[in-house]
Ligand binder design. Structure first.
Ligand SMILES: O=P(O)(O)OC[C@H]1O[C@H](OP(=O)(O)OP(=O)(O)O)[C@H](O)[C@@H]1O
Ligand SMILES: Nc1ncnc2[nH]cnc12
Length: 178
C-alpha cells in the first residue's frame, strides 16, 4: 500500500523495519523487523492489519518458523483462533509431511503435524515474501495435508524476486509495500 494511504500508526510501523546490507550474505539487503516487533503500538496495528482482509474466513493460523511464529501467534490471539507451527526440519515429534525448498539466501525443509480436523480453514502468515519459496512450500504442505487455505498474509513483499508470481492464484495480502 502506498505510504500515504497507511494509517499514521502503520506508516510509523513501516519506518521501524530496518534495512541491513550484506546480511546474511553479500548482496542481500536484509529487512529486519525486530524494531517493529519491539514497539507495542506498531506491532498491534500491524497484526490487526495482517488479518483484517481475511476476517471470518479462517479457523486457525499457520505461522512459518521463526519470524512467522511471532506474527502468527499474536494474530491468532487477536483473531481468537489457535495457531499451528510450520517448522524447520527435525523440530516436530510427529511430522506428517515435509517439503524442501529454496529461499532468497539458502535452502531449507519445512514440516507440519496433521492434528487439525478435516476442513479446518487456515490462514498462512509469514513476515516477508521474497522469492516466494517459503510461502509456496508452506502452501504445498497445507494442501498435501488436505487443509483449505483462505490466503496468505505477510508484512511486505520484496519487489523483483518473483514471489507473487510464484504463489500464483492463492490470495495474498501485504500490509506494507505493493
Ligand atoms: O520468499 P523467500 O525467498 O522464501 O524468503 C522469505 C522467508 O525468508 C525468511 O525466513 P528464514 O528461513 O530466513 O527464517 P527465520 O524466520 O528463521 O529468519 C523469512 O522469514 C521468510 O520465511
Ligand atoms: N531480504 C530479506 N530480508 C529479510 N528476510 C528475508 N527473507 C528472504 N529474504 C529476506
Amino acid at each position: 500500500m502506498p505510504i500515504e494511504l497507511l494509517s499514521p500508526e502503520l506508516a510509523r510501523a513501516e519506518h521501524l523495519i530496518r534495512e541491513i546490507p550484506g546480511y546474511p550474505q553479500p548482496g542481500i539487503l536484509f529487512r529486519d523487523i525486530t524494531p517493529l516487533l519491539a514497539d507495542g503500538q506498531a506491532f498491534g496495528a500491524t497484526v490487526a492489519a495482517l488479518i483484517e482482509p481475511f476476517a471470518g474466513e479462517f479457523d486457525v493460523i499457520a505461522g512459518v518458523e521463526a519470524r512467522g511464529f511471532l506474527l502468527a501467534s499474536a494474530a491468532a490471539i487477536a483473531a481468537g483462533t489457535g495457531v499451528v507451527p510450520v517448522r524447520k526440519a527435525g523440530k516436530l515429534p510427529q511430522p506428517a509431511a515435509a517439503i524442501d525448498y529454496a529461499l532468497e539466501y539458502g535452502t531449507a525443509t519445512i514440516e507440519m503435524h496433521a492434528d487439525l480436523e478435516a476442513g479446518t480453514r487456515v490462514l498462512l502468515i509469514d513476515d516477508v515474501l521474497a522469492t516466494g519459496g517459503t510461502v509456496a512450500a508452506a502452501l504445498e504442505l497445507l494442501e498435501r495435508l488436505g487443509y483449505p487455505v483462505c490466503g496468505t498474509a505477510v508484512l511486505f513483499e520484496i519487489d523483483g524476486l518473483g514471489g507473487r508470481e510464484r504463489i500464483g492464484h492463492h490470495p495474498l495480502h501485504t500490509v506494507f509495500g505493493s
